[in-house]
Ligand binder design. Structure first.
Ligand code: MG
Length: 382
């Protein structure tokens, strides 16, 4: 069962390590840090509304930001306290939700799906926090000298969101404040009183902006990658006495395609589209028909080799292939074709679309003299 969740966005810090610049209003990929944080709250399935806790002088600025970026969920902006724990508690008290997800205003790249995972873990355990396992070896120091190694398998770097059942959180935070116990993050109070907090594994790209270097890092992560498009077209003649191969599937038919290789016209169009997108010329240049090693070769192998060259510099996006043949009916073979292409390209079948059409009896395909294929392919620069 799902409960209502208020995101408590803590943005009352003084950006001490930013050289006097308020990090919350700095641009990351053209959008202010805090606007990105509010926007991911809008994309979350679990978060219903937002309480932004900020300094008094920033209240109007935060309201204006939420308006300018069309934040679609209700946003309340309140004044924070003189430390993070007080700001979080003030936010919790003015939250409408049964649960709260406390998050740093300066974590603009949080994945909404991961935030939802944390909320759902809190529904189950009462409290949950996002974090990433330690990948670096951690050493213990004494007077600047390494004196030991800490077992990192039991360590985690904690991020936000951290989600809690609201009533319990408020009780604990008030008790901790009365007891004069200081905390550095929100789940520490659960630790102090021995209550469970579920750890949810997040992503290292969920960066908290602390220094100007973090702004550069986040901007680089947000930058769109260069997108490349390519088109391929091929035709082969139909001849009796040959096998008909299309996208690596042997098709039942009374004629096959003539050519130096297995004449798989659809894969040839796809190879040309991929090479075109990558700026690597064409299939004839990569696999010349004067080379006897390609005689009768399966075009699936040619596709794998072309893909290996392309993948040196690009990631695969998707492809769409259209096969034009009057006969035979290709529909029963399409799924197998998609599987073959996806396997050869080491990609998911959902990124491979294949369709077949006729030309209504017109032209050389209509007269069943040959089969044609078009393909388009999208690549992303690594
Ligand atoms: Mg060809």
């Amino acid at each position: 069962m799902d409960y209502t969740v208020t995101a408590v966005v803590v943005c009352a810090g003084r950006s001490h390590r930013m050289g006097g610049v308020d990090k919350l209003f700095e641009n990351v990929g053209g959008v202010p840090v805090l606007a990105r944080t509010l926007l991911f709250c809008c994309k979350s399935e679990c978060i219903n509304d937002i309480v932004a806790v900020t300094r008094r002088e920033s209240i109007e600025k935060v309201k204006e930001l939420a308006k300018r970026y069309g934040i679609s969920k209700p946003v309340k902006v309140i004044e924070g306290g003189d430390c993070r724990a007080k700001s979080a508690l003030l936010g919790a008290k003015s939250a409408a939700g049964e649960y709260i997800a406390i998050l740093d205003g300066a974590r603009p790249l949080t994945d909404p799906a991961q935030a939802d995972k944390v909320c759902r873990a809190a529904f189950e355990y009462g409290a949950a926090a996002l974090g990433v396992p330690m990948t670096d070896t951690v050493k213990r120091l004494e007077d600047g000298m390494i004196v030991g190694t800490i077992d990192r398998s039991r360590l985690m770097r904690i991020q936000t969101p951290q989600a809690f059942e609201k009533k319990r959180y408020i009780e604990l935070a008030q008790t901790a404040a009365r007891d004069g116990r200081e905390t550095t993050d929100d789940c520490s109070i659960y630790e102090m009183y021995g209550l469970p907090i579920k750890a949810v594994e997040g992503s290292v790209s969920n960066i908290k902006i602390t220094t100007p270097e973090d702004i550069s890092l986040c901007s680089a992560l947000c930058a769109p990658r260069e997108t490349r498009i390519g088109h391929g077209y091929d035709v082969h003649r139909l001849e009796g006495g040959r096998d008909l191969w299309l996208c690596g599937v042997k098709i039942e038919h009374d004629a096959g395609l003539a050519g130096h290789s297995d004449a798989d016209v659809a894969l040839h169009a796809l190879i040309d589209a991929m090479l075109g997108a990558a700026g690597l010329g064409d299939i004839g240049k990569m696999f010349p028909d004067t080379d006897d090693s390609f005689k009768g070769i399966s075009s699936v192998l040619l596709l794998e080799r072309a893909a290996a060259r392309v993948y040196e510099r690009f990631d695969f996006g998707n492809c769409d292939i259209t096969i034009i043949a009057q006969k035979p009916k290709l529909l029963p073979y399409i799924e197998k074709m998609r599987e073959n292409v996806a396997r050869a390209l080491e990609t998911d079948k959902s990124r491979v679309n294949i369709k077949a059409t006729t030309e209504e009896g017109l032209g050389f395909t209509g007269r069943k003299e040959g089969v044609a294929a078009h393909a388009v392919c999208l690549l992303y620069r690594r």
